[in-house]
Design a protein around this ligand. Sequence first.
Ligand SMILES: Nc1ncnc2c1ncn2[C@@H]1O[C@H](COP(=O)(O)OP(=O)(O)OP(=O)(O)O)[C@@H](O)[C@H]1O
Ligand SMILES: [Mg+2]
Length: 297
Amino acid sequence: MRKKDPSNRVISLTRRREEKKGLSTKTSRQTRSSKARVIAITSGKGGVGKTSIVGNIGYAFTKLGKKVLILDADLGLGNLDVLLGLAPKYNLSHVIMGEKTIGEILVEGPGRMSILPASSGIQELTHLNKDQKIQILTQLDRLVDCVDILFIDTAAGISSNVMDFNATAQEVVVVVSPEPTSITDAYALMKVLSLKYSGKTCKLIVNMVRQPEEGREVFRQLQLVTDRFLDITIEYLGYVLFDDKVSKGVKSQKIVSELFPETLASKCFTDISRKIFNMSPVNVPESGSNLFWRHLV
Ligand SMILES: Nc1ncnc2c1ncn2[C@@H]1O[C@H](COP(=O)(O)OP(=O)(O)OP(=O)(O)O)[C@@H](O)[C@H]1O
Ligand SMILES: [Mg+2]
């Protein structure tokens, strides 16, 4: 049986929306002027806020008029769908088993973001082989053609899955919290990134800070050691204040920016999103593709 084109679903969803609004009948590919940006959000230590950041920044980008796709790349323990209050029937495990195409597992999140959900509790998926990674990335690359920006929410740590997803992205954002263990794990991650990631620049978000200066101080400490010992530069993207409303949002399965747009953390997410929005894309692949492949093939 002929497999469906994975990009059809995003195109038809977008076309239906635009027709409804009476805006345009062109496909997304025709309306988008340049290549999609691909940004991986990653961390050394777990639980520092990657998924919260991806959900909120993705949502902010929809408010800026962008078509957003989010890949939950925490393949064994994905929970982006739970955070967004979605109950997807299928996920990436079905794509890897060959039962579904990537377009068939897409679900719509807040702000009409398109979400590619991961599975939870399937240990084999935490160590994909080269063919399985290529299978996912080939389909993903075509889908990304139809959006403005792809965010990849990785698992924590330095496993080969995490590193391969990071190496695929055009930009890598490392999330760190002010705890010493998180800072040392972020350094370890950057050390591995400096060997594997062709961009050689990564951006830093310091999450759960008590005051803005704390974010700048964590950045300064990390910059001191990376400048001295690693072949990678770090750039400060900003901080997110510790805010109880973030976990209140998680409990109601809604992102904080949607539930409490005026709270401190939501304002930080908006500031960071605007900063990313206004930055020129760096490290764009030369060929027709949106993702980097060299490290896999
Ligand atoms: N700025 C913040 N203020 C308060 N709590 C926060 C903030 N950011 C995240 N949290 C809380 O921290 C916890 C972990 O967040 P999240 O799941 O986003 O982290 P993660 O890095 O994706 O974790 P994992 O490594 O397990 O994937 C959640 O309970 C979330 O509500
Ligand atoms: Mg997560």
